[in-house]
Design a protein around this ligand. Structure first.
Ligand SMILES: [Zn+2]
Length: 140
């Protein structure tokens, strides 16, 4: 296995379903980050067979809403002084703001500047969200 130097301070996003790491990487805009970021793919895992892993060196504010939306099964570890100080379990958010886009071309949000659109979870299984303006269903 590739040896990646131990994180002193930062965030480890663990138990990412294999091949979803890159998507999360992009959603968190880590390609624009100035911090040390490591994306590991296909890491052997007892529980999952293979998994992806992301390490970010810094105390960035990870947008947990985005993470919960892409993959609610990931674990977020906060590391300080080389020790894990906090483990965060994610869940599918009941409401998301400003991440999803309404797919209805006639939605008012497409024609007027309404700011961030809120989406309310309507189907956990299918990860379907309802636009607060027009009720159109959408998913990530
Ligand atoms: Zn809409």
């Amino acid at each position: 296995m590739i040896n990646v130097s131990k994180l002193k301070k930062g965030v480890v996003i663990d138990h990412i379903e294999a091949n979803k790491g890159y998507k999360i990487f992009n959603q968190l805009k880590l390609d624009q980050s100035e911090d040390v970021v490591v994306l590991m793919r296909n890491v052997p895992s007892q529980k999952m067979g293979k998994k992806d892993l992301i390490k970010i060196e810094n105390d960035i504010n990870v947008d947990l809403t985005v993470l919960g939306l892409i993959d609610p099964n990931v674990t977020v570890n906060i590391v300080e002084n080389g020790e894990r100080i906090k483990k965060i379990k994610l869940s599918l958010p009941e409401k998301v703001m400003g991440i999803l886009d309404c797919k209805n071309p006639r939605c008012i949000s497409k024609h007027e500047n309404v700011g961030d659109i809120g989406f309310i979870l309507v189907d956990k299984e299918k990860k379907l969200y309802r636009c607060e303006y027009c009720d159109a269903r959408t998913s990530l």
